[in-house]
Ligand binder design. Sequence first.
Ligand code: LLP
Length: 416
Amino acid sequence: MQAFAYTNGQLCAEEVALAEVASRFGTPCYVYSRTAIEQQWQEFNSALGQGDHLICYAVKANSNIAILNLLARLGSGFDIVSVGELERVLRAGGDAGKTVFSGVGKRVDEMRRALEAGIKCFNAESVAELERLNSMARGINRIAPVSIRVNPDIDVDTHPYIATGLKENKFGIPYADALPVYELAASLDSIKIIGIGCHIGSQITVMDPFINALERLLSLTAEIENKGITLQHIDVGGGLGICYQDETPPTAKDYVKELMRIFSGKSYHLILEPGRSIVGNAGVLLTRVEYLKQTSHKNFAVVDAAMNDQLRPALYGAWHNILPLTERTAGQGRVYDIVGPVCETSDFLGKDRKLLLHQGDVLAICSAGAYGFCMSSTYNSRTRACEVMVDGRTMHEIRRRETLEELMTGESLLPA
Ligand code: LLP
């Protein structure tokens, strides 16, 4: 299904014209399609079939509790990287027992809350973390379930800021050190080793690196088991890319099928941590053209969304398709840079886009469901956008626009 498509010249989300969303909720506004999110999750799930598996949706991709709740209702697990994400999962009705805790910098208080909540496991990334976890768990008389994140040293063709599986990256235990680290972990009294995992990067659009990483993990599991350490699961992480422009990533179905070719016959429980591939193409950001500005060099469309609302173009030079909500046929387009009001030259949402624009038009920044709202900030004292979920013909406001009062909450003047 295409979540966002033109019907009678109007760009729609499911059965709702996005122009209607913009006029009811204002702009900038993130809009998601419930069907698209659920279908993507189901595609992973049905491809995994009857095999012993758990999809742990990577909460960081989009952490709105309405989205987490939809996934929890489908039976999803979650991959979290902070106590904040854990509290969101719990508030959304997610199951702690299906939640894995990743990240290189877990604080003691975060570990304690997660252990007490009964998470499935900690994805440990260093010896120091294992030692800290062990002593925290001993202190509260509990045993912490642990999976070790191994860094398989695999090069992936993605933006360097989102490649995580190279030996120079901060993530995971270096492949060559993994075996002794497992032996050390096995000797700690308040830790129980249950798995092994990796995550090699994000927006990966070919299968090879995933296959290589899984093969490397599997050969390591054999060595670990030879040392008398039993593993229950293998976690292949997330990272499957989506189409922003003309990329042709494997579908969720093909991705799973390829992984299963390597994995079949193994008796491990398989964990996946997809984020972007579930929500990325299920969301758009609506923004209104405030001004059209022509200089001798450039045409600018100054819109009401900015890098604080959508950071990906500024941070990674990411390309997102930009579509008008109403298709115009009469008249010639112009080539515009679509820029926001923030005082930074990197504040652009798209460059050199041919569009036929009028002041006041609303545009959709496409493929904005992942790493969109959740990476937004209030830079330039801009209130954060609202978020709307479309479900068939219905619109639900799943986060209202931040107010100026909320923007300054918690700040105070010094005494006179
Ligand atoms: N698991 C772990 C341990 C991760 O670090 C990540 C993402 C995922 C799973 C989910 O990966 P995905 O399936 O979404 O690729 N802000 C960047 C992406 C950062 C990804 C960080 N880690 C962007 O906008 O492209």
